[in-house]
Ligand binder design. Structure first.
Ligand SMILES: NC(=O)c1ccc[n+]([C@@H]2O[C@H](COP(=O)([O-])OP(=O)(O)OC[C@H]3O[C@@H](n4cnc5c(N)ncnc54)[C@H](OP(=O)(O)O)[C@@H]3O)[C@@H](O)[C@H]2O)c1
Length: 305
């Protein structure tokens, strides 16, 4: 079994990856302030911004492959705390890539669709990044560092993800379900589009990228978007249909109605044809939500989705 370092095991994607792959790899997860649910996988506290800690971790655990999913992942937080965003999203990623390159370790780095400006979707891997937020800028710079230091690495651009999560990092679906449960109106953007996937499909995409590196020696840029271009409002309409809740109140709104610290890109939909040709097969939102809510909304809430 490959000894796999998964950074950010206590995060949303970590929860989904560990759920699916804890039996396929010997996973050593890392976390910073939170912990993954009891029994999911072995997890060690590690501040990736502290290079001496990272070096010591590699000496102690001798990972054979790395998936790097730890990040300051909230664009508004990054905008408000630019130094922390640079330290975690850029500098720590570059250092990790160098360590992996020096030791010949396969590396999968999770980047984002927000490296694009949103004015020329759908985006293919060859399209040039042009981020409009600090989060996107630090991720785009990190991508370049990873590929320069470790050309065989995979740089997976993740889309908006939703679905079951651990207790600490819910996805936007949780906020929608909470509003439904409380009978509140949901205000959702009609002028922002992405290609969402479930956290489980995103995790499968990362495993695919790792397999490619291990079998073929390299992967490069890989878009892991979903099959549909959707606004949050359209997502809400699918949820309402799947839940069979015509009483669910959706209210259309625009990005300009909700000022936020980080600028929001209009349409960062990804063309994920390359990944699909390699076997990536994400479900549609309707299929995924249908499975998730087959037992009704109460079951889904009880399981923490
Ligand atoms: N979720 C999405 O919709 C989405 C979309 C596009 C791209 N992405 C990318 O996908 C990856 C995973 O995202 P996610 O949603 O799982 O993020 P998340 O839920 O916010 O989790 C972030 C993880 O990073 C860890 N972390 C933060 N700062 C750290 C530090 N200095 N040292 C060590 N660990 C640190 C956190 O640890 P603690 O919680 O223990 O503090 C947590 O485990 C990220 O690279 C993100 O940029 C996510």
């Amino acid at each position: 079994m490959t000894r796999l370092l998964f950074t950010g095991a206590s995060g949303f994607l970590g929860f989904n990856f560990l759920n699916l792959f804890a039996h396929q790899y010997e996973i050593i997860g890392t976390c910073l302030t939170n912990t993954p649910p009891e029994g999911q996988a072995r997890c060690v506290r590690l501040d990736l911004a502290d290079q001496s800690q990272v070096r010591a971790f590699f000496r102690e655990f001798e990972p054979q492959a790395v998936i790097h999913a730890a990040a300051l992942s909230n664009p508004n937080e990054c905008q408000k705390r630019p130094e922390l965003s640079r330290a975690v999203n850029l500098d720590a990623t570059a250092f990790l890539a160098q360590l992996c390159a020096d030791q010949g370790l396969p590396l999968v780095f999770t980047s984002t669709d927000l490296v694009f400006d949103g004015e020329a979707a759908p985006y293919q891997e060859a399209d040039p990044p042009n981020p409009i937020s600090l989060y996107g800028e630090h991720k785009a710079l990190a991508e370049a560092e990873v590929l320069a230091r470790h050309p065989g690495a995979a740089v997976c651009r993740m889309p908006l993800m939703y679905g079951p999560s651990g207790p600490v990092n819910p996805s936007f679906l949780n906020f929608m379900l909470k509003a439904v449960a409380e009978g509140r109106e949901l205000k959702l953007f009609t002028d922002e589009w992405r290609t969402p996937v479930s956290g489980a499909d995103g995790a499968r995409g990362l495993a695919l990228a790792l397999t490619l590196i291990m079998e073929q020696g390299a992967c490069g840029l890989l878009h892991l978007g979903g099959t549909e271009r959707l606004s949050r409002y359209a997502f809400g309409e699918i949820l309402r249909r799947v839940l069979g809740r015509p009483d669910m109140a959706l209210s259309p709104c625009l990005r300009s109605d909700v000022p936020m610290p980080a600028p929001r890109a209009r349409d960062v939909s990804l063309d994920s044809g390359k990944a699909r040709a390699l076997g990536y097969a994400p479900s549609t939102v309707e299929e995924e939500l249908g499975r998730q809510f087959a037992g009704g909304i109460e079951v889904a809430e009880a399981s923490g989705s």
